[in-house]
Write a protein that binds this ligand. Structure first.
Ligand code: HEC
Ligand code: HEC
Ligand code: HEC
Ligand code: HEC
Ligand code: HEC
Ligand code: HEC
Ligand code: HEC
Length: 322
């Protein structure tokens, strides 16, 4: 068993080494093109941001605007920059109605819909979306962007840790389910208190930081992907052992990317890997192994960092000589 675990550690390190040299190679090639697109979009956004930013609100470029309204329409360029849509100018999505101020009458409605750019993805997701509680309840105005803020949404694979994935995902659900004002924009029905709906669950607040709402409110998919069929409370998961057991369903869901990265779920290393992020009761844990793997990783990262610095320095020297 110990030998198997050691092999697993070596396999993970091997994979990390492979990834880092790939990253170095990518830096010098297509990276530049990406950076150019992002820079160009950034310049094009500057015009809109003279008004739609905190600075714009403080120093409005013109008189007589409805500043109270503008205050609710600010877009964070920093967050957009980190989002999946960093390469786009505002007008790529908002079109020409907003090109001049005052804007056209239906400035908000004139935005490109997600499927206009995401055809294959929409073919897979829209039918599921139509079966979800929100659409079945006929909520007017409930769209993809009610959940995904196109100005801030980050690619899950780029978030890095399960904690951050949980935070991004649950923030969207909580932005309505813990906020009367926003909830009321979608339904006249009174909002049920979340803690109250989940009082059968010990410490709901802790669970909200450790698992996604969708880990209970969607059915698991065979391919491990995310389902957009949000289930009502009556069909949601409430069996503790689904997560609190040695073969927790979280392995094939929330922690799926870790499983794929590690590729060692059959030989028992995965638990230690997962549990560096969360201590899930019922899933066994070997603390010494955790510390050992953390120490090895730390050394590895330090080594790679040093290697990167040396390369950088030698590049600078070579450039300097030219
Ligand atoms: C001169 C300041 C100014 C500039 C520049 C500006 N906006 Fe606006 N925008 C506003 C104000 C103020 C509002 C609030 C409602 C109104 O007065 O039309 C608004 C409203 C909007 C709305 C409608 C929101 C709603 O709920 O109705 C959108 C969308 C929008 N702007 C996008 C943009 C985009 C994209 C750009 C850049 C192409 C841009 N704006 C440039 C000031 C500006
Ligand atoms: C990837 C597409 C996309 C990009 C890029 C984009 N927007 Fe939007 N924006 C949307 C969508 C979709 C909505 C509609 C949200 C809703 O009402 O459901 C929206 C809504 C808005 C609103 C209304 C208020 C709100 O937040 O709901 C404003 C103002 C706005 N955008 C301004 C901007 C500005 C300024 C930029 C550039 C800095 C920008 N947008 C870039 C897609 C985009
Ligand atoms: C102007 C075109 C455009 C519009 C409109 C647009 N997107 Fe995107 N979106 C893109 C591109 C290009 C990417 C980058 C693809 C990638 O990185 O895989 C992307 C990436 C994404 C991703 C990340 C994909 C992943 O695999 O995780 C999500 C999620 C996403 N968009 C959601 C939306 C939603 C929701 C809307 C509507 C509110 C929307 N997009 C509107 C062009 C667009
Ligand atoms: C009720 C909220 C909600 C709505 C509405 C919603 N999504 Fe999502 N979406 C999520 C959550 C939660 C995830 C999971 C992110 C993760 O943890 O991987 C997700 C993931 C995604 C992804 C990345 C994973 C994948 O399957 O490729 C895409 C793309 C996406 N959504 C597009 C859309 C589109 C398009 C729509 C509208 C038809 C939409 N979403 C509507 C909540 C929502
Ligand atoms: C834009 C606001 C909004 C967002 C975001 C949102 N919801 Fe909702 N949700 C509602 C409203 C409004 C209802 C009430 C529908 C009704 O019964 O009239 C609802 C209903 C539900 C219900 C059904 C409750 C029942 O009666 O059983 C569930 C479950 C639910 N939402 C889960 C989620 C999850 C999980 C997410 C995130 C992936 C989410 N919601 C995101 C607004 C939202
Ligand atoms: C551990 C599993 C689990 C998690 C995590 C979870 N839910 Fe639930 N949820 C349930 C179950 C089971 C019910 C049904 C409870 C009942 O009827 O007694 C429910 C009920 C609900 C209801 C219906 C409330 C009502 O009274 O009609 C809403 C809305 C809801 N959940 C939203 C959410 C949101 C938002 C999140 C994330 C912050 C979340 N849930 C996380 C399992 C879960
Ligand atoms: C969707 C998966 C999931 C389900 C279902 C679930 N849990 Fe959890 N639970 C977790 C995770 C993940 C944590 C780890 C939190 C952390 O990081 O400390 C946790 C933590 C806990 C804790 C530790 C709380 C503390 O204060 O330290 C208890 C107790 C617990 N769960 C009990 C339950 C019970 C009882 C049920 C069934 C009624 C249940 N859980 C259902 C995922 C789940």
């Amino acid at each position: 068993m110990r030998l198997a675990r050691l092999t697993a550690v070596v396999a993970v390190i091997g994979a990390l080494m492979g990834m880092s040299s790939w990253a170095l190679a990518a830096d010098s090639g297509s990276g530049d093109a990406d950076a150019d697109a992002a820079k160009k979009a950034q310049q094009e956004r500057a015009e809109c941001l003279t008004c739609h930013s905190a600075q714009g609100l403080q120093n409005p470029p013109r008189q007589g605007m409805d500043l109270a309204k503008l205050g609710e329409l600010l877009v964070s360029n920093d967050r957009l920059q980190k989002s999946v849509h960093a390469d786009f100018s505002c007008e790529d999505c908002h079109g020409a109605v907003v090109a001049t101020y005052p804007h056209g009458a239906d400035a908000r409605a004139q935005v490109k819909s997600c499927p206009e750019c995401h055809k294959p993805m929409a073919r897979r997701i829209v039918p599921e979306f139509k079966d979800s509680v929100h659409v079945v309840a006929h909520l007017p105005n409930f769209t993809c962007s009610s959940c995904h803020d196109p100005h801030t949404w980050q690619k899950v694979s780029s978030l890095g840790s399960a904690r951050l994935t949980v935070r991004q995902d649950n923030a969207m659900c909580r932005s309505c389910h813990e906020n009367d004002a926003r909830f009321a924009q979608f339904t006249p029905v009174t909002r049920h208190d979340l803690a109250d709906s989940h009082k059968w669950l010990p410490n709901p607040d802790l669970h909200w930081t450790a698992v996604r709402c969708i880990d209970c409110h969607t059915a698991a998919k065979d391919d491990g992907g995310v389902s957009h069929v949000i289930l009502p409370g009556t069909k949601a998961e409430r069996r503790c052992v689904e997560c609190h057991s040695a073969n927790s369903s979280l392995r094939s869901r929330l922690y799926r990317s870790k499983v794929e990265e590690a590729q060692v779920n059959t030989i028992g290393f995965l638990n230690a890997y997962i549990l560096n992020e969360a201590y899930v009761l019922g899933v066994t844990r070997n603390q010494w192994l955790d510390w050992a793997s953390v120490a090895i990783l730390a050394l590895l990262v330090a080594g790679l960092g040093g290697h990167g610095l040396l390369r950088f320095a030698s590049n600078m020297l070579r450039k300097g000589r030219k």
